[in-house]
Design a protein around this ligand. Structure first.
Ligand code: UDP
Length: 192
């Protein structure tokens, strides 16, 4: 895709639907993919934390999540057509995953939230295969990592908030091909 540089970060500059088509095609090909959905808050935070900044730059796609990024593209005279938010990507992939019998792993949020999420997923997306599901308050990574490694899910949804979720993905993305994406508070939204 064409990208637009905003404060040193190359943001995806395309429509939501063309972006999703490319992501789905990469999932089908089992390509290792890391998406960061970045809002201005994340950009400012990354500017102050070089390690996080490098992780963001090592992702495959940085998408514009927040009107501030869209406005910045207007100022730069390099218009981005619209937001590509984590929650919209999440919903779109759940629907597609259900229609195409894909598998997904879910990590993050509080134990009661993840329990409700499981009920919602089984009800709304019965053909989506849940490879595993784990809350986001754990002391050891081992079991989670083993489960992902063993099940090799098509999609790995990590909702630990930033920068935690991206540090986790950066550390472990090599253990399984497929899509890795940080989703912030999306599990809370979908389960609530
Ligand atoms: N969270 C988690 N483990 C942690 C810290 C946070 O699972 O150690 C979850 C939290 O329960 C919530 C999400 O991460 O579901 C953070 O949501 P928020 O909207 O704050 O995301 P952000 O905007 O910080 O990315």
């Amino acid at each position: 895709f064409k990208t637009t540089d905003i404060l040193g970060f190359p943001f995806v500059n395309t429509t939501f639907s063309s972006f999703m088509n490319q992501i789905k095609s990469r999932i089908e090909q089992r390509k290792n993919t890391f998406i960061i959905t970045a809002n201005p808050e994340i950009v400012v935070f990354a500017k102050k934390h070089p390690k996080y900044q490098n992780i963001i730059k090592s992702s495959n796609y940085i998408t514009p999540d927040g009107v501030g990024i869209i406005k910045a593209s207007h100022i730069l005279n390099d218009d981005i057509p619209g937001r590509i938010s984590g929650f919209d990507i999440f919903l779109n992939l759940l629907k597609w995953g259900n229609a195409n019998h894909k598998s997904a792993y879910f990590l993050g949020a509080k134990p009661n939230v993840i329990n409700d999420l499981k009920t919602t997923l089984n009800h709304n997306y019965p053909h989506l295969k849940i490879s595993g599901i784990h809350d986001g308050y754990f002391n050891y990574d081992e079991q989670i990592v083993k489960d992902i490694q063993k099940t090799q899910p098509d999609m790995i949804f990590i909702a630990l908030g930033y920068p935690k979720q991206d540090l986790f993905i950066n550390k472990y993305r090599s253990i399984s091909n497929g899509l890795w994406i940080g989703l912030g508070g999306s599990f809370d939204v979908l389960s609530g």
